[in-house]
Design a protein around this ligand. Structure first.
Ligand code: ADP
Ligand code: MG
Length: 278
């Protein structure tokens, strides 16, 4: 269940996990287990031997300077890097216990289970309804009243229903930036993923739209496991239980957000969060 006990969790408690530093983190079931993951773009090593366990129904934040590999790591979780020429990956990732590099795995099914929301909201040039119904339709939902139910549930889940329920047939492109981003969240949750990846979802939004998305995340984590990349350290502090700090493709430190921001173990983390570099 989602009960969390604050104990000292060592990697040895998790079967199959690699040895790692002992961290003060709440013990909850891992949803994503990353095990000695490295990634190369051609000859360039962009992720260096990353191991971490992402707990279920929690928000995990990735922070670090531009180019340190945050988006690359996020894209590993739904194998979006497969679409990039010359990418090579070593190590393992398990999501809900399934090895996502298993040759027998259906990548489309993986991307259904691991949804993604990008920095720049990218609604399709279709109606609000069709944007949300898109994924379920691809998965074979044909019945109109089923689709209507999914669209309503997803828009409510993304805290957008009240603003758009009377104009579902209008173009999604007529929505404000913040509404478009919540529509993209509704589109992602319409297929009921296990994990929701968010790559700087608020960096193009004003503070009010940002606050709405942050509030929404706190609600969404009851149903989904969220991994968010953010440049905004206050945002990580507000929404994430756990935070990983990355530098040059390496995970320098991963711990409870409170620990990372109040008492980091590594000098480089401290320098970053206090604004001494980055
Ligand atoms: P971040 O999201 O932390 O800013 P990225 O994951 O985008 O970092 O990038 C990590 C490194 O990998 C950078 O050096 C970047 O230039 C490189 N990189 C990212 N995407 C590609 C790509 N498609 N091809 C080649 N190199 C890439
Ligand atoms: Mg990025």
């Amino acid at each position: 269940m989602s009960g969390s006990v604050s104990v000292s969790v060592s990697a040895s408690l998790k079967p199959g996990a690699s040895p790692g530093p002992i961290m003060e983190m709440p013990m909850v079931m891992p949803m994503v287990e990353i095990d000695h993951l490295s990634l190369w773009y051609g000859a360039k090593l962009a992720l260096k031997d990353i191991s971490m366990s992402i707990p279920k129904h929690r928000v995990t934040a990735y922070i670090g300077p531009s180019g340190c590999g945050k988006s690359t790591l996020l894209r590993c979780l739904n194998r979006m890097n497969d679409l990039v020429d010359g990418v090579r990956v070593a190590g393992n990732i398990r999501i809900g216990g399934t090895d996502i590099h298993d040759p027998a795995l259906d990548v489309t099914d993986l991307r259904k289970r691991v949804g993604m929301v990008f920095q720049k909201s990218n609604p399709f040039p279709k109606s609000i309804f069709e944007n949300v119904a898109y994924g379920p339709r691809i998965l074979g939902v044909r019945n109109q009243s089923d689709l209507e139910g999914i669209v309503e549930r997803s828009l409510k889940g993304a805290a957008l229903w009240d603003e758009v329920h009377d104009r579902l047939r209008e173009s999604a492109l007529g929505l404000s930036g913040g509404q478009q981003q919540r529509l993209c969240i509704a589109r992602a949750i319409a297929v009921e993923p296990d994990v929701l990846l968010m790559d700087e979802p608020c960096s193009a939004l004003d503070p009010i739209a940002t606050a709405k998305i942050e509030e929404l995340m706190l609600d969404l984590k009851n149903s989904y496991t969220i991994v968010i990349v953010t440049h905004n350290m206050q945002q990580a502090a507000r929404v994430a239980e756990n935070t990983g700090f990355f530098l040059n493709g390496k995970m320098v430190e991963f711990d409870s957000t409170h620990k990372i921001f109040t008492n980091p173990k590594d000098k480089r983390t401290e320098d970053y969060i206090t604004g001494r570099f980055g």
